[in-house]
Design a protein around this ligand. Structure first.
Ligand code: CP
Length: 297
């Protein structure tokens, strides 16, 4: 694997291979390789807590040295392009780039770089490591994807998580459904749109998405009614009670408490939200190992 750009480039075998490596790291069954003498730089042009920090911990666990890069103090502020920034880091000896950027498919202009890139989220395009950690979390629970009913709720149109997970979970055999307000329907994805109350007692997984105000217009944000959204599309206590006994609740986070999910449900027994974050660190170790070792090529 030269780069990790999009779930669309991964086969089901690639996915299983990554989540199995991550699980072995988590259980302590796999000796953690040490990439001494290798350098990594994390380029975050959009805000992040989970993805940035879990990549950082994963890199430290793998013995990598981190080359600090902050957009606010870099020559990006003098107009340097993304390509020139990345080529500069490659030239001075950085061996791996982790990039989050607001532009969809920003990575297309970086394909000819000689060092690997892990996409940490591109605009409303893809978020492959989030999808992989979600898949790992689901697999821990069910040990299969075939026949699982998965409801993804919320801001589908602006969600790189919905797009990445729709592609991969469908390919793995799950049935993915969406529920969202009309203005956040994504016509490019082929999943059925359903009323949350019609399916809440039948789904195996309900995955709630953050309402992405930063990708909405000022008017949309001003007109947004959090209480109304919670009632129509959120996980309320009543809906939680209707879930199947073995159903689980997921959310990529950060969570808007009381909007996508009732605040008291964030750590409820069926919630796997913090488990997703825990798995994310091991999954990112597996991704970095794969990119630096070029295993399986
Ligand atoms: N889920 C996720 O990508 O969170 P961050 O934006 O905090 O990285």
């Amino acid at each position: 694997m030269k780069n990790l750009f999009s779930m669309e480039y991964l086969t089901n075998d690639d996915i299983f291979n990554l989540i199995q490596t991550a699980s072995r790291f988590k259980s302590g069954k796999e000796i953690v390789p040490q990439y001494e003498g290798k350098y990594v730089s994390n380029l975050f042009f959009e805000n992040s807590t989970r993805t940035k920090c879990s990549f950082e911990v994963a890199e430290l666990n793998l013995g990598l040295k981190q080359v600090n890069f902050e957009t606010s103090t870099s020559s990006v502020q003098k107009g340097e392009s993304l390509y020139d920034t990345c080529k500069t880091l490659e030239s001075i000896g950085v061996n791996l780039l982790v990039i989050r950027h607001p532009q969809n498919a920003y990575y297309e202009e970086l394909e000819n770089l000689n060092i690997p890139i892990a996409n940490a989220g591109d605009g409303s395009g893809q978020h492959p490591t989030q999808s992989l950690l979600d898949i790992m979390t689901i697999y821990e629970e069910y040990e299969t994807f075939e026949g699982l009913n998965i409801l993804i709720c919320g801001d589908i149109k602006n969600s790189r998580v919905a797009r990445s997970n729709y592609t991969s979970l469908t390919s793995l055999g799950a049935k993915v459904m969406f529920s969202s307000p009309n203005e956040w329907v994504d016509e490019t994805l082929d999943a059925p749109y359903v009323n949350i109350d019609d399916v809440i007692d039948k789904v195996d997984i309900i995955m709630l998405l953050r309402v992405q105000h930063e990708r909405h217009g000022i008017t949309d944000e001003a007109n947004f009614k959090a209480d109304h959204y919670h009632e129509q599309y959120g996980l309320t206590k009543e809906r939680y009670r209707r879930l199947k006994d073995d159903a689980i609740v997921m959310h990529p986070a950060p969570v808007n408490r009381g909007v996508e999910i009732d605040s008291e449900l964030v750590e409820a027994p069926k919630s796997r939200i913090f488990k997703q974050m825990e798995n994310g660190m091991y999954l990112r170790m597996a991704v970095i190992d794969k990119l630096l070792s070029r295993k399986g090529e």
